[in-house]
Design a protein around this ligand. Sequence first.
Ligand code: KG4
Ligand code: ZN
Length: 334
Amino acid sequence: MLTLAIETSCDETSVAVLRDGREVLSNIISSQIEIHRKFGGVVPEVASRKHIESINQIVQESLDAANVKFDDIDLIGVTQGPGLVGALLIGISTAKAIAYGLELPIVGVNHIEGHVCANYIEHKGLEPPFTGLIVAGCHTYLVQVKGYTEYEIIGRTRDDAAGEAFDKVARALGLPYPGGPVIDKLSQKGDKEAIAFPRVMLEPKSYDFSFSGLKTAVLNYLNQAKQKGDEIIIEDVAASFQQAVLDVLVEKSFRLAKESKMDKIVLAGGVAANQGLRNMMEQRGLEEGIKIFYPSKILCTDNAAMIGSAAYYNYRAGKVDDLYLNVVPNLGFN
Ligand code: KG4
Ligand code: ZN
């Protein structure tokens, strides 16, 4: 079964062709990051306009790269939400037009579920159940993945998402958008114990997260250092901040996996590209006898291949939408 998948929820216009749910024939990603960088973040209206300019071309490029034609496609998958309303609309309108023209089934995909499915592409033998840590720019969830389309949410952020915290701290440090990859790199040269930033664990048994206090602590540290005229070692701030985020993510993921006797933890979302997170998870995994999975960096951040995988598994589970399918910008998870 060949799936054509479209992702336009934020600032990447992406179209992929997959064979079944796991084999990627093409995954074209046209990033708008350079355009948004000068504004310090994604400008929704600009994002929509850029999607509409490039979507048709990206669809054709994706078909060409997969060496297939429209007629070979069996299923259309598209991100329904969550995301920016105008940006999502471009993807969903394109997907519906193709589905209508070719008389193909269409499946609307939850973007967050897509992030998890990126792992099926990368790890051919990976199957649920497992504990999942989804850490993206707008979302942070700790979940039990019970089946390919069956998720139980155990924890979520109460304020900022993990990626959002990286982006906001990077901005305070005068670093370019998106901040995650830059902080990741700087951290490798800094001392992660230089500054004692808080680890917000919340109530003893809670699996929720909170990162806004940590962000404020970094801002306070920077302001006080400036007022006192102290030297700010940017690598040390980056490394100490990153470690404070990772300590909480790793601790809660392992606590949940162990309590529920899961032997696999699967990372997903843009922050799963973080080298420090990967290393720390793997180290702890070795100690605890828990296997760690994460997608390659290109499949961690937004892409259509992961949407194609999720569309395939949803279709197989009996989910089909019709041409009334609409965007749901604040689509929840589960
Ligand atoms: O999954 P994604 O592309 O978008 C959402 O669905 O939200 O994630 C983007 C987020 C941004 O906040 C970005 O700073 C962060 O992922 N990110 C990273 C790294 N690469 C991307 N955060 C930490 N370390 C990285 N290497
Ligand atoms: Zn995403």
